[in-house]
Design a protein around this ligand. Structure first.
Ligand code: ADP
Length: 555
């Protein structure tokens, strides 16, 4: 059992002040770490938010584009059907006019004119109906107008197609376009195979093939025949269309064998139409609020959890500290009892002897001797108590000229009995004139106390028959060298570099603070401490401390 652990109590006192400096630095470090962590969290939060907003934009853009594509397809299909029906009506009109031409020879011009007028009145997109009598004589083709309804200026244009119409099959309908009237297309039908023979030419205004309410305001629409645009209608939003977006398009030839009209419908889309700025801003703000509140909630839960852990750690620590205090008090009490037993026993037996001498009235000299011994033992007990008080006291170190030999003597005396009980011999090797250092005597005693106790602990593990600890002090070149040597098992090579680290221990129940405290105390007085193994086994701890300057001799 360890005899007296006043040193251990002092360890905690010194560590408290050392730890205060360390804990301030640690606090600064941890504030910096906290700031870095917070910055990282906010950055991550910002990136998540940005990704969310971008995703929102991408998804809503996709939705808007898909919707527009469906809309274009639906409208395109409806327009395609309407245009196909209207083209079929043109064919039907040509067929009925041709039937009238073939009904009599010469054809009933008045009836033809009447029917043509009616057609044009009811179908305003048919702007002209011409009937021509074409005659081919060799390479020459002559043309005689039979009737011409509306838009007379188109007659000459219609005549341009006469050479092609004459080559058509009888009854066949063909489409023609003219560079001079790019906003019209023409249908030509040859009546029969006779020469001279009749031909019907019908001019169509493509702009009137689609009713104004049939084309949605958002749509760009073109009609092309043989690659030439015959109608081009643009939406109100055409100019705002973004080149970044792929515009949805519907493009298909109408269902007609002789009118190859290509219908193209597209929807020019502006960026603001695809990504609604108001909705996006609203989403950005709401998602930011949700993210930040979620983060704060998560942080508060984390902090509450940490606080709980800290509280339970603190409670554990408090319990441990209490246990340590109780142990220390116990050890201290047993230490005091042990130290005082010897002088008190001596006091008792001397006093009993004195009482006997006093009763018998004999040997007054012996009585005096017994009382003198009593005084000596009582003052020894007083000294022991005084030393223990100084170990326990929390006074500031008082550095003054201290004789190292005296320290060695005092510590040897303190530990002598304990070591003897453990069959360890303590040798003091000191010079006649003690080297002097500037130190606090109590601190120096503590250092030697810890080193001797460690040596004793090591020797307790050793199987060596003659266990010994040697204390040596010499002075060389202004330095005092103090060594504590034991002949135990020495220190394992791998732990040698870590000996002076706080809390490094290999002892069961050890605190690992003894050597680190020694190093602190020795370094505070400008010295150094080191450990090494001895060739013949055992360890040596060496302290090199500046020697105090000699006192000036008074004249
Ligand atoms: P503790 O005594 O609580 O373990 P110390 O700081 O006093 O803490 O010692 C640290 C370690 O150094 C000990 O656990 C032991 O392994 C080693 N040590 C110290 N002195 C000696 C020695 N004289 N011989 C062998 N090992 C030692």
């Amino acid at each position: 059992m360890k005899k007296f652990s006043a040193g251990a109590l002092r360890v905690s006192l010194y560590y408290a002040s050392d730890n205060r400096i360390k804990s301030q630095a640690q606090k600064r470090d941890s504030i910096l770490q906290q700031k870095k962590r917070a910055l990282r969290s906010y950055l991550t939060l910002f990136v998540i938010w940005l990704v969310m907003v971008l995703l929102f934009v991408a998804i809503s853009a996709r939705q808007s584009i898909n919707q527009a594509r469906d809309e274009v397809k639906l409208t395109g299909t409806a327009l395609h059907r309407v245009l196909s029906q209207r083209a079929a009506q043109h064919d039907a009109h040509l067929t009925s006019l041709n039937a009238l031409i073939l009904a009599a020879n010469p054809p009933p011009v008045d009836a033809l004119r009447q029917v043509s007028r009616n057609i044009i009145r009811f179908y305003p997109r048919i702007t002209v109906i011409d009937v021509l009598l074409l005659n081919r004589e060799g390479a020459d083709i002559t043309m005689k107008p039979v009737l011409m309804v509306e838009e007379t200026e188109h007659a000459s244009v219609a005549a341009d197609f006469a050479p092609q119409i004459i080559d058509q099959k009888p009854g066949e309908v063909r489409s023609y376009i003219s560079a001079t009237t790019p906003d019209r297309y023409y249908l030509g039908k040859k009546s029969d195979n006779s020469n001279p023979g009749y031909a019907i030419i019908m001019a169509i205004n493509p702009a009137l093939m689609i009713e104004p309410d049939e084309r949605p305001v958002w749509a760009d629409l073109t009609l092309k025949i043989d690659g030439q645009t015959v109608l081009k209608q643009q939406s109100d939003t055409h100019e705002q269309a973004s080149a970044l977006l792929e515009q949805p398009v519907f493009s298909q030839f109408i269902d007609s064998q002789n009118q190859p009209v290509l219908l193209t419908l597209s929807r020019p889309m502006a960026l603001t139409e695809v990504v609604d700025p108001l909705r996006t801003v609203l989403f950005a703000v709401l998602s930011l609020i949700a993210l930040v509140s979620g983060y704060w909630l998560w942080r508060s839960v984390q902090m509450a959890r940490q606080a709980e852990q800290k509280a339970s750690l603190l409670e554990h620590e408090t319990r441990l500290a209490h246990a340590a205090r109780v142990n220390a008090m116990g050890e201290l009490a047993s230490g005091i009892a042990h130290e005082l037993t010897q002088p008190l026993t001596a006091l008792l037996s001397q006093s009993q002897a004195a009482l006997r001498l006093e009763t018998s009235g004999e040997h007054p000299a012996l009585l005096r001797q017994a009382l003198t011994a009593n005084v000596r033992e009582a003052s020894r007990a007083g000294e022991i108590l005084q030393r223990m008080r100084s170990y326990m006291s929390n006074h500031e170190p008082q550095r003054k000229r201290t004789e190292i030999n005296q320290i060695i003597r005092d510590v040897s005396e303190l530990l002598h009995t304990d070591l003897a009980q453990r069959h360890i011999t303590l040798h003091q090797q000191t010079e006649k004139t003690s080297p002097v250092i500037i130190a606090d005597a109590v601190e120096m005693e503590q250092v030697l106390y810890n080193l001797i106790r460690n040596a004793a602990d090591s020797l307790a593990q050793s199987s060596r028959a003659e266990k010994q600890v040697i204390l040596n002090a010499i002075s060389r070149n202004g330095l005092v060298i103090v060594t504590v040597t034991d002949n135990g098992d020495g220190i394992a090579d791998d732990i040698l570099p870590r000996l002076f680290e706080p809390f490094f221990t290999t002892r069961n129940g050890g605190m690992g603070l003894g050597l680190s405290l020694c190093a602190t105390l020795i370094e505070r007085i400008g010295g150094e401490i080191s450990a090494a193994n001895l060739a013949g086994g055992g360890a040596v701890f060496t302290m090199v401390i500046p020697e105090a300057a000699p006192l000036q001799k008074a004249d």
